[in-house]
Design a protein around this ligand. Structure first.
Ligand code: AMP
Ligand code: GLY
Length: 427
C-alpha cells in the first residue's frame, strides 16, 4: 500500500523507519519530512495545516493510508477531513482530540468516570481562581486550557507564584489571553509515560517510557520538549501497567465511545506514580517525542497492521511483540535551545556514529544542503540505541554521540540516570 506520513520531527523519522520496514508498504511519502526522513520516504513540501492540499496530494498519489504524527493537525480536524474525503487515516477525530486539546474537558471526563487524577477546579476569571489557590495553599499547579506547546503549565511553589501565573495566563502571557484555566492539586511521585493503541472500542498497551524534560544534567534548567528518553520505565511494573490500562486508559475509551466521540489512535498518558498508584497528569493524542523513537526500536511486530487495526476497529484480538531489550535516546540540540539558537550549522560524523552496534539515528530538525547535513531546529538529532539494559543502551548511544562533530550542538550526558541507578541497586 501507499502510505503518507504527516510531520517533520524525530518522532516522524522513527515512524517512517518502522513503516518503511513493513512488507505492506510499497511507497512511503512524508510531508514535510526532514533530511533524515528523506532516506526512508519521499518528502513532499506540503503545508499540513492546509487540509485540502493534503487531500489533493493523497488522491493524486493513490494514498491508501495516512498516518498523522503531531497533535496540532489532529486538534484542527485533519483526520475528520481526510476520512470524509475517503482516505483511511490513523489518528483521532477533532472531537476525540480534545483529550489533549482541552485540559478542562479531560479533567471533567476523569471526574465523571472515577479516573484517578489530581483534584482540580476550572476558572474563567482571575479572582475566583486566586481565592481557590489561597484556600488550597501551595505547591499547586496552574494550567491554561488549549494547546500551548508545553508552556501552559506552571508548577507554583508558593501562593504568590500561583497568583502571578493566573494573572500571566489571563493577561495574555502565553500569546492570547487564556479563556479558561485549570488549577490542580500538586501530585507527588515519579513521572512515567504510558502508550496505548486505541480503536474506538478497546485499547491495547504499547509500552512505557520516561523522558527528561529539563535542558541540563541533573534534571536542571528550563523545560524543553524532551532531551532524551528510555523504555521501558522501571517504575512501570506489570502490575502498574495493568492498573494504568484498567483504571485510566480503558475507562477513557469507554467514556469517549459513550459520548459519541470514539477515540482511535495512540493515547499517550502522562502519569504520576504516587503512593496510591498511577494518576493521570495529562493525555496526548499522539506518540511522544522523543518517546516514540525508543518505542519503535523496541517493537518487533510490524507497525503498519497495528495502525490499520486501530483505524478499522480491529484491535480486540491483536497481539504485538516486543524485543526484551531496553532502548534509550539522547537528544542533540542546537546551543541555546530552548532559548535562541542558530539554524543552518553543519553536522558531520553521522555515518561513523551510526556504525556503533545497536545504534539508530533519527533526525528531528535537519535539512540537506548537497551532501551536507545542516541543523534546522532546536532539537536536531536523536541518537538512539538498544541494549540488554538501560546502561548498555546508554553506553552505545554516547559512544555514537562522541563520533558526531557538531560544534554548535550539545546534549545532556546523563540520560537514563534514574533507571541506571535502579539497575545498579538491583545488582
Ligand atoms: P503537562 O504539560 O500537563 O505535562 O505538565 C508539564 C509538567 O508539569 C509535567 O510533566 C509535570 O512534571 C508537571 N505537572 C503537571 N501537572 C502536575 C501535577 N498535578 N502535579 C505535579 N506536577 C505536575
Ligand atoms: N516528550 C513529551 C511529549 O512528546 O509531549
Amino acid at each position: 500500500m501507499n502510505i503518507l506520513l504527516l510531520g517533520s520531527g524525530g518522532r516522524e523519522h522513527a515512524l517512517a523507519w518502522k513503516i518503511a520496514a513493513s512488507p505492506l508498504c510499497e511507497r512511503l511519502y512524508c510531508a514535510p519530512g526532514n533530511a533524515g526522513i528523506a532516506r526512508e520516504a519521499e518528502c513532499v513540501a506540503l503545508d499540513i495545516a492546509d487540509h485540502a492540499a493534503v487531500i489533493a496530494f493523497a488522491k493524486e498519489n493513490k494514498i491508501d493510508f495516512v498516518v498523522v504524527g503531531p497533535e496540532a493537525p489532529l486538534c484542527a480536524g485533519i483526520a475528520d477531513d481526510l476520512e470524509a474525503a475517503g482516505l483511511k487515516t490513523f489518528g483521532p477525530s477533532k472531537w476525540a482530540a480534545r483529550l489533549e486539546g482541552s485540559k478542562g474537558f479531560t479533567k471533567d471526563l476523569c471526574k465523571a468516570n472515577d479516573i484517578p487524577t489530581g483534584a482540580y477546579e476550572r476558572f474563567k476569571q482571575p479572582a475566583p481562581a486566586k481565592d481557590y489557590v489561597r484556600k488550597k495553599g501551595a505547591p499547586i499547579v496552574v494550567k491554561a486550557d488549549g494547546l500551548a506547546a508545553g508552556k501552559g503549565v506552571v508548577v507554583a511553589e508558593t501562593v504568590a507564584e500561583a497568583e502571578a501565573a493566573i494573572d500571566m495566563m489571563f493577561g495574555g502571557g502565553l500569546g492570547a489571553p487564556a479563556w479558561e484555566i485549570v488549577i490542580e492539586e500538586f501530585l507527588r511521585g515519579e513521572e512515567a509515560s504510558f502508550f496505548a493503541l486505541c480503536d474506538g472500542d478497546t485499547a491495547i498497551p504499547l509500552a512505557s517510557a520516561q523522558d527528561h524534560k529539563r535542558v541540563f544534567d541533573g534534571d536542571k534548567g528550563p523545560n524543553t520538549g524532551g532531551m532524551g528518553a528510555y523504555s521501558p520505565a522501571p517504575i512501570m511494573t506489570e502490575n502498574m501497567n495493568g492498573r494504568t490500562m484498567d483504571e485510566i486508559v480503558l475507562p477513557t475509551i469507554r467514556a469517549m465511545k459513550a459520548m459519541g466521540a470514539p477515540y482511535k489512535g495512540v493515547l499517550f498518558a502522562g502519569l504520576m506514580i504516587t503512593d496510591s498508584g498511577p494518576k493521570l497528569i495529562e493525555f496526548n493524542v499522539r506518540f511522544g517525542d522523543p518517546e516514540c523513537q525508543v518505542l519503535m526500536l523496541r517493537m518487533m511486530s510490524d507497525l503498519v497492521p497495528a495502525l490499520l487495526a486501530a483505524r478499522d476497529g480491529q484491535l480486540r484480538n491483536f497481539d504485538l511483540r516486543w524485543y526484551p531489550d531496553a532502548a534509550l535516546t539522547v537528544v542533540m540540540a542546537a546551543k541555546g535551545y530552548p532559548g535562541h539558537y542558530a539554524k543552518g550549522t553543519p553536522i558531520e560524523g553521522l555515518d561513523e556514529a551510526s556504525k556503533v552496534e545497536g545504534v539508530e539515528i533519527f533526525h528531528a530538525g535537519t535539512r540537506a544542503d548537497g551532501n551536507r547535513i545542516l541543523s534546522n531546529g532546536g532539537r536536531v538529532l536523536n541518537i538512539c540505541a538498544a541494549g540488554a539494559t538501560v546502561r548498555d543502551a546508554q553506553q552505545r548511544a554516547y559512544a555514537a554521540v562522541d563520533r558526531i562533530k557538531w560544534k554548535d550542538g550539545f546534549c545532556r550526558r546523563d540520560i537514563g540516570w534514574r533507571a541506571i541507578e535502579r539497575e545498579n541497586d538491583s545488582r
